[in-house]
Ligand binder design. Structure first.
Ligand code: BDR
Ligand code: CA
Length: 312
C-alpha cells in the first residue's frame, strides 16, 4: 500500500476525495492535516473529524495554518461549499479529538518515521507544507512525492483569469512548496475542470456506498447549484479526488514535464506559470523548478474508478 497524508480543507469535493482515499485498499491514510481554505481552519478540522467518524476509522486529524503566509485573512468559499462546508445539510458534528500536533509537525513526524515512503496529497492551500519546509529543511529528501490539486497550467483560473483557488489563497506558501526540491505532480483545472460530472454521478456514488456516497450526494446538491449557475445542464466537479486517482491508476493521465513559477505579486497572484521542457531557452525559466503537470485524463475510466472504489 501507498502511505499518504491528505492535506485538506473540507469542503465538499474534499469530502469526496477523503472517502475515496479511505475506500482505496492500496492507499494507507496516515492522517488528515487540515488548513484554512474553503472554510476557516477550525471548521475544516472539525469537518475532517466528522468525516473520519462517519467512515468509522481511527486516524489522526491535525489542525493547521489559519491564515495565508502573507496578507490578510482569507475570504473563504462558503458560496461554493455552504456555511458548514458541507452544503448546508445540517449534518451532526462528531465529537472526536484533534491530534495535539499541528499539521506541519505531523507531516514532519511522518516523514521521519517512514523516510522515502510518504506521499503528501495536498488538496487545499499550501500553508501547512510551506511551514513544514521552513521547520525542517530535510523534509524534501524524506518525502516520496507531493501530489497537488491546484493551479492551472493552460486553462484559465477560477478565482481570477490567472489563478486557481488553492494557489491563489496562499500564493507565497505555494511559491515555497513549488520551489522545494521534491517531486511534484500537479492536478489543476487543466484536468479537473475539463469534463464535468453529470449529477447522476453522485447518485451512483450513493448507490455504491449508501453511507459515504450518500453523504457526498447530499452535500453535493448545494455545490452543484453553484457550479450550474452558468451552464444549461446541471454539472459537478470533483477536483480534489484527481491526485489520488493518479496514485491508483497513473495511466489514466497524460503528464507534461516543465518549469513552474508561482505568481506572488498583486497582478499575477496565484498564477501557475508553466513552460513545458524545450519550450523556452530563457535562463530565468531554465533555473526554475521542474514539475509534472496533468494535461489530460480519461474521464470515463476515472468515473468508473471512483464509483467502483466507493462500492468496495
Ligand atoms: C479547489 O478549491 C476548493 O474549492 C476545492 O475544494 C478544490 O480544492 C478547486 O479550485
Ligand atoms: Ca479542497
Amino acid at each position: 500500500t501507498q502511505k499518504i497524508i491528505l492535506d485538506t480543507d473540507p469542503g465538499i469535493d474534499d469530502a469526496m476525495a477523503i472517502f475515496f482515499a479511505f475506500q482505496s485498499p492500496d492507499i494507507d491514510v496516515l492522517g488528515l492535516t487540515t488548513v484554512f481554505g474553503n472554510v476557516p481552519v477550525s471548521m475544516s478540522a472539525q469537518n475532517a473529524i466528522t468525516l473520519v467518524d462517519l467512515a468509522k476509522l481511527n486516524i489522526p486529524v491535525c489542525k493547521g495554518v489559519a491564515r495565508p503566509w502573507i496578507g490578510p485573512e482569507s475570504t473563504y468559499a462558503h458560496f461554493v461549499h455552504g456555511d458548514d462546508g458541507f452544503g448546508n445539510i445540517n449534518f451532526p458534528q462528531a465529537k472526536g479529538e484533534l491530534d495535539p500536533r499541528s499539521s506541519a509537525q505531523f507531516i514532519i513526524d511522518m516523514a521521519h518515521k517512514y523516510p522515502g515512503e510518504v506521499t503528501i496529497v495536498a488538496v487545499g492551500p499550501l500553508g501547512n507544507l510551506a511551514l513544514a519546509l521552513r521547520l525542517d529543511p530535510d523534509l524534501p529528501k524524506l518525502i516520496k512525492a507531493v501530489n497537488i490539486m491546484g493551479g492551472s497550467a493552460f486553462a484559465p483560473g477560477n478565482v481570477t483569469p490567472l489563478a486557481e483557488a488553492n494557489i491563489w489563497n496562499d500564493a507565497h506558501a505555494a511559491d515555497i512548496v513549488f520551489s522545494a526540491d521534491w517531486e511534484i505532480n500537479m492536478f489543476g483545472l487543466d484536468v479537473t475542470y475539463d469534463i464535468p460530472f453529470a449529477p447522476t454521478f453522485v447518485d451512483d456514488l450513493a448507490k455504491a456506498n449508501p453511507t459515504l456516497g450518500g453523504f457526498v450526494a447530499k452535500a453535493s446538491q448545494f455545490y452543484m447549484d453553484f457550479y450550474s449557475q452558468n451552464t444549461p445542464e446541471r454539472v459537478c466537479f470533483f477536483h480534489d479526488a484527481f491526485p489520488l486517482a493518479f496514485m491508483l491508476q497513473p495511466d489514466l493521465f497524460e503528464m507534461t514535464k516543465g518549469h513552474m513559477r508561482i505568481g506572488t505579486s498583486e497582478l499575477d497572484r496565484g498564477q501557475t506559470a508553466f513552460a513545458p521542457i524545450g519550450s523556452t531557452q530563457s535562463p530565468l525559466w531554465l533555473e526554475s523548478k521542474q514539475v509534472n503537470v496533468a494535461t489530460k485524463v480519461d474521464h470515463a475510466k476515472l468515473t468508473a474508478l471512483f464509483t467502483n472504489t466507493y462500492a468496495l
